[in-house]
Each structure stands twice: as C-alpha cells, then as structure tokens.
Design a protein around this ligand. Structure first.
Ligand code: AMP
Length: 194
C-alpha cells in the first residue's frame, strides 16, 4: 500500500460528445482536492483538461500544469493554477509530468491521451518507473482499447503479465481504491531515466 500524493491525469483537450465525460472530469477534480491529492496535467484550459483543473482549484486543491511554449496559445495555458510550468517540447512536458506524479489516471480523451497513457505503460513495462496507471472506463469508453491490448497479448506481442501494468475502474471511487491498494513502487524512478 502506498499513499498517493499526486496524480497525473491524462484526458481530452476536447469535451467529447457525451456530456457525462465532462461531468466525470469535474467530479474527479473535486474528489482529488477533497483527498488532498495534487493534480499534475498538461496545463491547458480547454476540454476535459481544463474541467478537471478548474474543479481541483475550485475545491482548494493543488494543480501543477506543464505546457510546451508552442501549445500555450492553442490549448490556452491555464493562468489560474497553483503552478504553470512552460517547457520547451512535448517530450520535456511528458518527462516533467511523469517525474512529478505518483500515479497516472486516464479519463476519456483522444490521441494525445492515448499517447501519454501508452508511454506511461511502456515505460513501466521497461522498468523505467513503477507507478500505477488506472483507465477510468465509464460508459465503456476504453473497452475497444482494452480489447486491443488483450489481442496483442493473445498474439504473443506482449506478455500476459503486462496486463498487470494497469487497472480498469468503472467508478471514480474505484480509481482511488485501486491506487490505494497498489504496492509501493519497487524503486525510485530518478535512479533510472526519468
Ligand atoms: P487529446 O487526448 O488528443 O485531446 O490530447 C490531450 C493532451 O495530450 C493534450 O494536452 C495534447 O497536447 C497532448 N498530446 C497530444 N499529442 C501528444 C503527443 N504526441 N505526446 C504527448 N502529448 C500529446
């Protein structure tokens, strides 16, 4: 068991079609603040990203946003955060997000969210960090992605044990429960590449 003090949230820079995804992002932000868990995220003000950050701030929580200079305009760098770090590149953003958080949670999102979640998973697969990742699967949003991972394992392109790199939660309460049940990381990632 480990105490999670900060969560890096991956989610859409869009709101998506179903308004429930935005409601979930807002609820998750509130729950993080209530539990004293800091949010680390991509620093934008739009879509679900903005919604989760606004909710954490509105409930007295802490938010660290990390945004590359060139995206500061497009994703509208959030100016109302506890801290906004403007970095040089997408790669630097990822490394900073990964370094500064104890765990990852993927809410509904697009290709950027997928990229970030899979980078977190592949780095855990390679033993570069040992931080848990939860897919929040409300409305079965990630079902097709999870099926694809199962197919990859069936086809022998990933080990069955790789299914333990992440968990899947159907409710926001479960997200916190699953993170609390995780064993402490086996090593400090600063010893590795991050
Ligand atoms: P999306 O899920 O596509 O709405 O994007 C969510 C976040 O992921 C946004 O902050 C994007 O800037 C970010 N993102 C998009 N593409 C990438 C990428 N290749 N690497 C890292 N982050 C990305």
């Amino acid at each position: 068991m480990t105490k999670i003090k900060s969560i890096c949230v991956f989610c859409g820079a869009s709101n998506g079609v179903n308004p429930q995804h935005r409601e979930n992002a807002i609820a998750f932000g509130r729950m993080m603040a209530e539990r004293g868990v800091a949010l680390v995220y991509g620093g934008g003000r739009i879509g679900l990203m903005g919604a989760v950050a606004d909710a954490v701030m509105a409930h007295g929580g802490k938010v660290i946003g990390i945004i590359p200079q060139h995206l500061d305009d497009i994703e509208v760098g959030h100016t109302g955060l506890s801290e906004l770090i403007v970095c040089k590149s997408m790669y630097e953003r990822k490394v900073e997000m990964f370094r500064r958080s104890d765990a990852f949670v993927t809410l509904a999102g697009g290709m950027g969210s997928l990229d970030e979640a899979f980078e977190a998973l592949t780095l855990r697969q390679l033993g570069i960090h040992d931080k848990p990742l939860v897919f929040f699967n409300d409305l079965g949003y990630w079902d097709k992605c999870l099926e694809m991972i199962d197919g990859i394992i069936e086809e022998g392109f990933a080990r069955p044990s790789n299914r333990n790199l992440f968990t899947v939660a159907d409710t926001l309460e479960e997200v916190f429960e699953q993170l609390a049940a995780e064993p402490a990381p086996k090593f400090d990632p600063r010893e590795k590449l991050l």
